[in-house]
Design a protein around this ligand. Structure first.
Ligand code: SF4
Length: 412
């Protein structure tokens, strides 16, 4: 994106240019911060200190705020979390009220409209929490909540009850009790640190936490869930990567939703993590007028691979209170999955899941590829819509015994 565009100077919207430009890498540029020295701009602490957190800042930087955005931002930090790093702010196209980056981080008054089926804790995390800050919903793994802070706040966050404390949740993780629970529960072999964003901790604090978890003999696998490479790539320093590489096997799940978030800065930050031997996956949330479009999603998953990130999940947006204006339909999600499978590399195709409301866990949802199935045969369709028949194997028997013609031909 050009600086002129990022600075509010108008010009051609990247979205109007179409999918070809989505695949290109651009720098976020300096936008209104053109006078800031390189050393400051590239310092993650400077970025955090200069986040946009108030309506007054937004009005100054983006005179094109709509009435809905102004009303939403007026509730910042009283009722709604608001923070945007200068770096990420520069990805917004101020000339486009429907900009997909803007829709993710600028509050709107619709967030205060709540439907009867929406919830403050849509995944039932609080009811699966044996000690504060730990969610134990699946048999062999736990979610370890580290902090209520993020570099920027997403408008559809599943944990909006908790993050930034804007809603008065009063989040207090108790690391000793969390670690103690894991240590005395041998079934736990996988720990996911999330939040909030664990990469907002300084290196020393994060190293201390990871060391304590790594010291538990039955913890085989550590994971970090973070949006830092997208909101604040400056945080991915060589020193952080050196520290993290001590804790393998350590995987990182990032969270990116639109190809425009994959800038040259993000690509370099992700490259540093990959060079430290950390496998990277991406979790996207399906969002209306952000990425509920097969062309956008295809460009996004392909661009993720170019950043050495494997698309892992597309989440149906949880029933978080005030998110109706951002939720796309399941029908749309299925259409997108149909447009990916077979039409691009298998590595680029994530799993589409619905987190079952109330705490049922992730349920994969997929277009129908099995049209019918009985004891003898399975009727399947391929990505082009062509139909094929596969002779069913007898359970327990080697496959060639079930394939009569194949058996005679191959063994002749
Ligand atoms: S980065 Fe994650 S935890 Fe933080 S606001 Fe966004 S979705 Fe929520």
């Amino acid at each position: 994106m050009s600086n002129a565009l990022a600075a509010g100077g108008g010009g051609e919207s990247l979205d109007s240019v179409g999918p070809a430009s989505w695949k290109e890498f651009h720098s976020a540029g300096r936008g209104p911060w053109g006078q800031v020295a390189d050393a400051e701009w590239n310092d993650w602490r400077w970025q955090l200190k200069h986040r946009i957190t108030t309506l007054a800042q937004l009005e100054r930087l983006m005179p094109s705020l709509t009435a809905e955005e102004r009303a939403g931002a007026s509730l910042a930090n009283a009722k709604l979390a608001l923070a945007i790093t200068p770096y990420f702010f520069n990805l917004i196209d101020p000339a486009d009220a429907a900009c997909p980056i803007r829709r993710q981080v600028i509050p709107r008054i619709e967030e205060t409209h709540t439907a009867a089926w929406e919830m403050s804790d849509p995944c039932g995390e609080d009811s699966h929490s044996p000690v504060p800050g730990l969610v134990h919903r699946y048999p062999d793994r736990v979610l370890f909540l580290t902090t209520d802070r993020c570099a920027s706040y997403c408008r559809y966050c599943t944990r909006s009850r908790l993050v930034s404390n804007a809603a008065g949740y009063d989040f207090h993780p108790e690391f000793d009790r969390q670690i103690d629970y894991i240590a005395r529960t041998p079934a736990i072999r996988d720990v996911l640190l999330s939040g909030g964003d664990p990469l907002l901790f300084n290196d020393e604090k994060l190293e201390y936490l990871l060391s304590r978890l790594r010291a538990i003999p039955h913890v085989e696998f550590l994971r970090l869930g973070t949006r830092i490479p997208i909101f604040l790539p400056q945080r991915i320093t060589p020193a952080l990567c050196e520290m993290l590489r001590q804790f393998h096997p350590l995987f990182i799940s990032i969270h990116s939703n639109h190809p425009r978030e994959l800038t040259t800065e993000a690509r370099e930050a992700l490259g540093r993590l990959a060079d430290a031997g950390i496998p990277l996956g991406n979790q996207s949330v399906l969002l209306r007028q952000v990425n509920d479009d097969p062309a956008v999603m295809k460009a996004h998953v392909q661009k993720l691979l170019m950043c050495r990130v494997r698309p892992y999940y597309i989440y149906q947006c949880d029933l978080i209170a005030g998110s109706a204006h951002l939720r796309a339909s399941v029908r749309r999600g299925l259409e997108i999955m149909d447009s990916l499978r077979g039409h691009t590399s298998g590595y680029a195709v994530p799993t589409y899941v619905i987190d079952a409301p109330g705490g049922g866990g992730k349920v994969p949802v997929s277009p129908e590829y099995v049209l019918s199935r009985n004891a003898d045969r399975v009727l399947i369709r391929n990505y082009e819509g062509k139909i094929f028949e596969y002779p069913e194997a007898a359970d327990g028997a080697p496959l060639f015994k079930a394939l009569k013609g194949f058996e005679e031909h191959e063994l002749a």
